[in-house]
Every structure is written in structure tokens, then in C-alpha cells.
Design a protein. Structure first.
Length: 152
């Protein structure tokens, strides 16, 4: 994945990091108590998911990243349906508990699908654990046409 990472634009890399951060935190064995949540999210987003900066993490960030690495569930956890539901719920919810925008939900699912397909290709997973079909994000968008936005 690292070789693919360098070929994507900065916005895509930022969106991938943004999508993976809540999922990673949701899949920790225990929630951070010795570190502030904002520090864990920043460490993941700016260092763990940034291959160019990963080795440049300051000592206090490196401690957080080592803890996340030790406390993370293995990829085998994705074979459990409740784990998938927990991760998706975290990815589809803002920190204040409100749902993310439908476009953010779709982008996050696309990011996860690409990562799971890569894991399948590398024989880390047997199948894509994400549910197929239209999900909640599709239901949140409207297909109605606003008559005031049409040309005469």
C-alpha cells in the first residue's frame, strides 16, 4: 500500500487518514485513558497514516503510536459482524454523536472498500466484510428535483 500511497494526491491521502482515524480508535481493545483523545486522533492522522512523516514522529507521539499498535485488534477481528458494525458506526458518527454528511459516509465506505480489497489481494482477509447494497448513506440523499433550481 505504501507504493500506492505516494501516487495519490494530497487531498486523497488526507481523506484516507480522516476515514481511518475513527475506525482505528473504535477497534482498540480499550479506549485511551492515559492519552487525550485529541492527541490520539492527531497522532494517527498526522503520523501513523502519513508514510512520509511516520518516522519523524516526536517522542510523545511515538509513545501514543506504540500504544495504538499494541492495543489494536488483529485483521481477523474484521470477520466478526459486530466488529464491522462497531467500526462503521464510529466512521459514520461525528465526535458530538451526530451523523456525518452522506458524502463523507460514501467516501469513508469507498476508502474501506479499497483497503479491504487490498487486504484480500494480499491474502490477509478472505472476503470484504462490508455489507453490500445500499446502506444508510444512500437513504440520506434526496433524488427529488427542486423546481426553483431548474432553468425556465
Amino acid at each position: 500500500m505504501d507504493q500506492l500511497w505516494g501516487r495519490t494526491c494530497a487531498n486523497n491521502r488526507r481523506n484516507v487518514a480522516k476515514a481511518l482515524t475513527p475506525v482505528t480508535i473504535a477497534l482498540l481493545r480499550s479506549q485511551p485513558t492515559t492519552f487525550k483523545g485529541v492527541d490520539v486522533r492527531r497522532a494517527l492522522r498526522e503520523y501513523a497514516f502519513n508514510t512520509l512523516r511516520r518516522d519523524q514522529a516526536p517522542p510523545e507521539v511515538a509513545v501514543i503510536l506504540r500504544w495504538v499498535q499494541r492495543d489494536s485488534l488483529s485483521m481477523a477481528a474484521w470477520e466478526d459482524e459486530s466488529t464491522v458494525e462497531t467500526a462503521l458506526r464510529a466512521a459514520m458518527t461525528k465526535l458530538d454523536g451526530s451523523p456525518v454528511a452522506a458524502s463523507s459516509a460514501r467516501r469513508t465506505k469507498r476508502v474501506l472498500n479499497v483497503l479491504f480489497e487490498y487486504a484480500i489481494k494480499k491474502k490477509v482477509l478472505k472476503e470484504n466484510p462490508l455489507p453490500t447494497g445500499k446502506g444508510a448513506a444512500a437513504a440520506e440523499t434526496s433524488s427529488a428535483v427542486d423546481k426553483w433550481s431548474l432553468l425556465n
